[in-house]
Design a protein around this ligand. Structure first.
Ligand code: GLA
Length: 381
């Protein structure tokens, strides 16, 4: 929805604000190109932000209350007071990502006022594209803007990375960092401890495609337990390795994924800088295999999509995000994108009765800029 329509929807939900205009904040989703399930081990990852985004039209209130209305009627309105310890809504409630942002900021700044906020998104939900972190980042920027407070970019990434644990997922810091720090036209290597972002231009004739597996992976729902189990296993790995003992069974496979995936990130970054599509594609394939066999976060639907994309001429493909459902990311030469997307439509979506929705489930992912508050009246991309 364009900013002007968002402003009109805001006025319908909350009445026309005065005296100042409604502001709009945009926070993009992200697709992780490579470096999966290693951010919480402190190893570098290589994502990019995409055009699809969460947009929030907001207006400051004079009290601490925050009232949220979602343009999507599946999500009921939500309200809370901004303070250092905000009681959560039941697990899985979308409003908890807004609470997480508000609480993290309230712990940093005393006496913040709240906002009225109209939330809209064209990001698929629970599809491995960080729609929830985009909501959290957008809310944080709205509250900061409404209160005239600022936080340095890297500090904000860390603050919100920790803040998101409010929803009960022990996530790494990748999502908040790329959503805030992405540069248009680039993917970014994110290093942790200390946090920093290093962009690499995505070659003009490369095309990334995202395809949803038709399986929801709710980060604050069913996938949470499986995700948190992986982060615990990584803690265990480090303890065993530090104690000098030998890893066996499941832990040795988890370890092999973490180590090989870390190496693949460096190799992939170099391949992109050298515009070496074939090598980047092979690294995507190897990453998928490792996530499937060693880290065990894939699903038959993801494996099938990856296989079909390769058969249709992709340079490589792999699951992206936490897995357990969600989406795959595919790399190809730009001119091959239409035939690969058509092949996925015919061979994956049509047999599953989803032929009519292919345009929603499969889309080209363009490397986009990070989150920003848009000037009132400006028309964003
Ligand atoms: C989720 C988390 C990220 C990262 C990925 C897996 O998206 O939020 O921090 O761990 O899973 O790479």
């Amino acid at each position: 929805m364009a900013s002007t329509h968002l402003g009109a929807a805001f006025a319908r939900a909350f009445g026309a604000p005065s005296p100042s205009p409604v502001h709009v904040v945009r926070a993009p989703g992200r697709v992780n190109l490579i470096g999966e399930h290693i951010d919480y081990c402190g190893l570098p990852v290589f994502p990019m932000a995409i055009r699809r985004s969460v947009r929030i039209a907001f207006h400051p209130r004079s009290d601490r209350e925050t009232h949220l209305v979602n343009h999507d009627p599946r999500f009921a309105p939500s309200a809370f007071a901004v303070n250092e310890s905000i009681p959560p809504a039941p697990a899985g409630d979308w409003g908890n990502y807004a609470r997480a942002a508000a609480q993290a900021l309230a712990q940093r700044f005393p006496d913040l006022r709240g906002v009225n906020a109209l939330v809209d998104s064209d990001l698929p939900i629970a599809a491995g594209l960080s729609s929830s972190s985009a909501l959290l980042v957008a809310m944080a920027l709205a509250i900061m803007h409404a209160n005239g407070v600022t936080v340095a970019s890297l500090e904000l990434m860390e603050l919100l990375g920790r803040g998101e644990r409010y929803v009960g997922t022990a996530g790494g810091g990748m999502d908040q960092a790329i959503i805030l720090g992405a540069r248009a036209g680039c993917a970014s290597r994110i290093d942790f401890h200390p946090l920093r972002l290093t962009p690499t231009a995505v070659p003009a004739d490369w095309q990334f495609i995202v395809a949803w597996s038709l399986v929801h992976a709710e980060k604050s729902g069913a996938a949470r337990q499986a995700y948190n189990e992986r982060t615990r296993q990584c803690d265990e790995l480090l303890e065993v390795a530090e104690g000098g003992a030998t890893l066996s069974g499941v832990l040795s496979r988890r370890f092999r994924h973490v180590v090989t995936e870390g190496t693949r990130v460096r190799q992939a970054e170099a391949a992109m800088a050298a515009q070496d599509l074939a090598t980047f594609g092979q690294l995507l394939d190897a990453s998928h295999q490792s996530l499937r066999d060693d880290y065990e976060v894939s699903r038959p639907e993801l494996d099938r999509l990856v296989e079909l994309a390769r058969e249709a001429g992709a340079a490589g493909a792999r699951l992206t995000g936490a897995g357990f459902g969600g989406s795959i990311v595919v790399l190809c030469r730009a001119e091959h994108a239409p035939e690969i997307m058509a092949a996925l439509g015919e061979r994956f979506y049509a047999p599953r009765g989803a032929a009519g929705d292919v345009a929603r489930h499969v889309f080209t992912a363009e490397p986009s800029a990070g989150a920003e508050v848009l000037t009132p009246g400006a028309s964003p991309e």
